[in-house]
Design a protein around this ligand. Sequence first.
Ligand SMILES: *Cc1c(COP(=O)(O)O)cnc(C)c1O
Length: 443
Amino acid sequence: MAQPSAPARPAGALPTDTLLALDRAHVWHPYGPMPGTATPYVVESASGVRLKLARPVEGRDELVDGMSSWWAAIHGYGHPVLDDAVRGQLGRMSHVMFGGLTHEPAVRLAARLVEITPEPLQHVFLSDSGSVAVEVAMKMCLQYWQSTGRPEKRRLLTWRGGYHGDTFHPMSVCDPQGGMHHLWGGVLPDQLFAPQPPAGFDAPLDAEYAARFDELMERHAGELAAVIVEPVVQGAGGMQFHSPAYLRMLRELCDRHGVLLVFDEIATGFGRSGALFAADHAGVSPDVMCLGKAMTGGYLTMAAALCTGEIADGISRGEMPVLAHGPTFMGNPLAAAVANASIDLLLGQDWQTEVKRIETGLRDGLADVAALPGVRDVRVLGAIGVVQLDHPVDMAAATTAAAREGVWLRPFRDLVYTMPPFVTGDEDVARIAAAVTAAAVAG
Ligand SMILES: *Cc1c(COP(=O)(O)O)cnc(C)c1O
């Protein structure tokens, strides 16, 4: 009998060295080179707020997750209610196509999202990632104008410092510097950028900023389809906070100039900033809202774009009276079932108190960091804590310093930051704050 020319795949777990060698040789990681240069930590399992490592780092075989797997795992890992929701749905069906078919998990989810988001949002398009939800939101806006006889309204306006995803149209409204637009001349659509809004959740509205924004919109209203922003918290674009007053400003100016307003709440949705949606801080409703990340409690990939009745009607009156989009895994039942369970779990508890508790813990734990050398700013809002350095962070040194404290952090650019699961206990919040401090010093 012929011997296999390569060693057979092991029946059981891969030895960690083998796994890492294969990872390095073949697997692309986010924003990574190929082959990889940094060695990732191998996670064997996750439970509660802890990641269990296959190989200890700095003597720790468990790390408290300070990142909620990029804003998503708000209830932590292996939550019995969420596990049950997935298992229950798995017993019925894991997926069926959504064209011509429908099912209870997706219908319940859409109805629930309409119920909990601002009132004018009535229609839901489910997709499989945040970037695609942003694509769909843009398509809704452009198609609305196309359908209502204003096809020249096809440009987008945003302020600097934003992040909206990594596919090309979302990239075009990311911060031009952070999104490295210079690499993509002639490829990215040419959007319009206003200055970043003045920093500070509590800052009063700067009348001069508002006047300049008004002028910009006035000048370009004829070609503008929509303004798109992340409300209150700009996430991966630089972790800046601004006052809800700027959202009221945008709503007013968009109405005055006949431009649609899109809020990308993919990072801020489901309680993270202290309000269920960041738009709620301002009491403002957008025409289109994007949700994702925490929507499934971090279990599965699903996102949504919601729009008003007016936008849906406009699109449906057009020459092409349909929204021409239809992801293969649209409305995935497993993801929808766990999203329903995650939303029930969140709203069935006093989540505001939990987020407030984490906010207080982060504020206390980071109180002395602002005075440290190399630190430019410390800011906390809801269950988000940010230390901004006055230099680019040394990722390896900062990550290792956090691991030494028993915490997983993933700093970027000049930022060491955390957004812990809402179930993180006080001692673990204190540990995370200590790790952020250690990472800021080391990085
Ligand atoms: C993460 C994020 C996206 C992109 O979502 P993906 O699921 O990564 O495609 C878009 N907008 C905001 C505000 C985000 O934080």
